[in-house]
Write a protein that binds this ligand. Structure first.
Ligand code: SF4
Length: 90
């Protein structure tokens, strides 16, 4: 997924941060400040931490862009309905 999107929120997703990959660039927090932030340790974390089985959040264009822009591919989106990876595409 690339480019500017104009559509509204998509399906519900869960954001996962691979903290072993994250280098703390902050790009995701700038791109999708409603979904991601840098924690006290300097690494990204979802604003809505997801306990197992919890509901997700809407897939916004900003969140999709944040996944695309992460320089180390540390972000993954999973659908809440079936748990399948939505982005990045496999
Ligand atoms: S864009 Fe990627 S590397 Fe940068 S803070 Fe977010 S998850 Fe970490």
């Amino acid at each position: 997924m690339t480019g500017r999107r104009t559509a509204g929120p998509g399906p519900e997703v869960i954001v996962q941060v691979d903290r072993d990959r994250c280098i703390g660039s902050g790009m995701c927090a700038l791109t999708a400040p409603g979904s991601l932030a840098l924690g006290a340790d300097g690494l990204a974390r979802p604003l809505r931490e997801q306990p197992t089985g919890a509901a997700g959040e809407p897939l916004t264009p900003e969140l999709a862009d944040a996944v695309d822009y992460c320089p180390v591919e540390a972000l993954t989106l999973y659908g809440t309905r079936d748990g399948r990876r939505i982005s990045p595409a496999g």
